[in-house]
Design a protein around this ligand. Structure first.
Ligand code: 4AD
Ligand code: MG
Length: 438
């Protein structure tokens, strides 16, 4: 029997091989995930990022060298396999590759990530994140995050929004000074951006409707399960729009994200053992005052005017099965740019979008002050440095209509959809108060 030569290139990805008919000849490249042996037949699961497939190697069907290499190939070894597709109901995915030749491309040392090592230290999997991301659970979360983001791009482009970029080295605080990372910018003080919102507000006068997807930085000094110090925010802003338009835009976006994940990530959700209830439009809404009442009924009281305490938010969020809005936050709990209601100048036209089941806030949005004098007074009242906001104020001199927008955290949405205890699992290499490596 003449052996199939070892190819230099693959003919199929695993995903393609899983769709190929019986007897198709394939050359695959991938990494060994697991190995086993049943009655003299050697099995392995191969993965290549597109999927997983079982390969079966029989000693009398392959050249001796191929069989040796198959035996030598440890977990995470990169390999090339030739063979034919065989339908097999017992194999995961219903297909198996009968191996005709096999070679090692890059041998892996003994894989350090073991269940016992992970159990021994809570930080182990994150110290080893550069390797741990190959795992089924870790990679499923990251793939779901990718689809959340694809969905947002599709949604905004379809709805006539223009993608913009904005600087991440900035001069002013958007969300208050307490979470700014300061840096030295050639002798001047600069900060890492907390939000691109102010730049979006400039851009709407050029494009009407804009969106942006870029990192945001917050020097969050507390250890929580929902804060990263670097995360990616999807933000949108529209001219000639009020807070009601803004809420509708968010509902459409989150629905589109959920549709996309349910359609394209069913295997990933299965790996995570996760189901979430589909968010139908309109989403439920409660007012800040109602949120306070619900919280107080559970014995958690806070002053009118304070931001919702994390514990109250969690408690209320647990009472919902789908995302919902909390509307009408007090001005004292919001950033300077928020527009207030005509009927009460202590209440803003703003809302937070809260994920259910205890996951909490995923988006914040609102209508912005578009009048020059109102904004100037607000900046002065809050004792903010008018000079760093001169350009932002300037926008109000040159035809600034009603406008509104929001920011939604890609990792927060992913955390909710994946049903994760901690947000760090949604980031390829998370940054938190205690982690800067790898
Ligand atoms: O609520 P935030 O601070 O709102 C803003 O930055 C507005 N300027 C956005 C806008 O209107 N354009 O942040 C928006 C969202 C939050 O709802 C949350 O999803 C996410 O960004 N976020 C974080 N995600 C992970 N870690 C953190 N430390 C986060 N801080 C905010
Ligand atoms: Mg917020």
């Amino acid at each position: 029997m003449s052996a199939t030569p070892i190819p230099k290139q693959r003919t199929h990805t695993i995903k393609e091989a899983l769709m190929a008919p019986q007897s198709t000849g394939v050359a695959l490249m991938g990494w060994i995930e697991t190995k086993s042996s049943v009655g003299g037949i050697k099995f392995a699961t191969l993965r290549d990022g597109s999927g997983y497939i079982q390969i079966a190697c029989k000693k009398d069907r392959v050249p001796p060298k191929a069989f040796d290499e198959f035996e030598k190939a440890s977990k995470e070894t990169a390999v090339v396999v030739t063979g034919t597709v065989r339908e097999d109901k017992r194999a995961p995915g219903g297909k198996e590759i009968s191996v005709s030749n096999f070679a090692i491309l890059a041998l892996s040392e003994k894989w350090p990530i073991t269940k016992s090592a992970a159990r021994a230290s809570s930080s182990f999997l994150y110290d080893m994140r550069h390797l741990a991301i190959r795992g089924r659970k870790a990679s499923s979360v990251l793939r779901i995050r990718a689809h959340v983001i694809y969905a947002s791009f599709d949604y905004f482009v379809k709805n006539g929004f223009t993608l913009i970029s904005a600087p991440t080295i900035v001069q002013n605080a958007v969300e208050g000074g307490s979470t700014l990372f300061a840096l030295d910018y050639f002798g001047h003080k600069a900060y890492l951006s907390q939000s691109a919102q102010l730049y979006e507000e400039a851009a709407i006068a050029a494009f009407g409707k804009v969106f942006i997807f870029q990192p945001a930085f917050r020097a969050e000094k507390s250890k929580t399960s929902k804060h990263l110090t670097e995360f990616w925010m999807i933000e949108a802003e529209q001219a000639f729009a009020n807070q009601e338009d803004n809420i509708r835009l968010q509902e459409g976006l989150v629905k589109a994200m959920a549709e996309r994940v349910l359609k394209d990530c069913s295997e990933e959700l299965q790996v995570l053992g996760r189901r979430f209830k589909f968010p139908e439009i309109p989403f439920p809404r409660i007012s800040y005052d109602e949120a306070r009442e619900i919280s107080s009924k559970s014995g958690l009281n806070f002053e009118w005017g304070d931001d919702l305490p994390t514990e109250a938010e969690r408690l209320i969020s647990k009472q919902f099965e789908v995302p919902f809005f909390i509307t009408g936050y007090p001005l004292s709990s919001r950033s300077f740019y928020h527009m207030t209601e005509d009927f009460n100048d202590k209440v803003t036209r703003s809302a937070d979008l809260i994920a259910p089941e205890g996951y909490g806030e995923i988006a914040t949005g609102g209508q912005r002050i578009h009048d020059y004098n109102t904004l100037m007074n607000r900046i002065k009242n809050q004792e903010l440095p008018t000079e760093s906001f001169d350009w932002y104020l300037d926008l109000r001199k040159y035809g600034m209509p009603e406008h509104a927008g929001f920011g939604i955290g890609a990792e927060r949405v992913t955390r909710w959809m994946c049903g994760l205890k901690h947000i760090r699992a949604t980031s390829l290499f998370p940054r938190t108060i205690s982690r800067l490596k790898p």
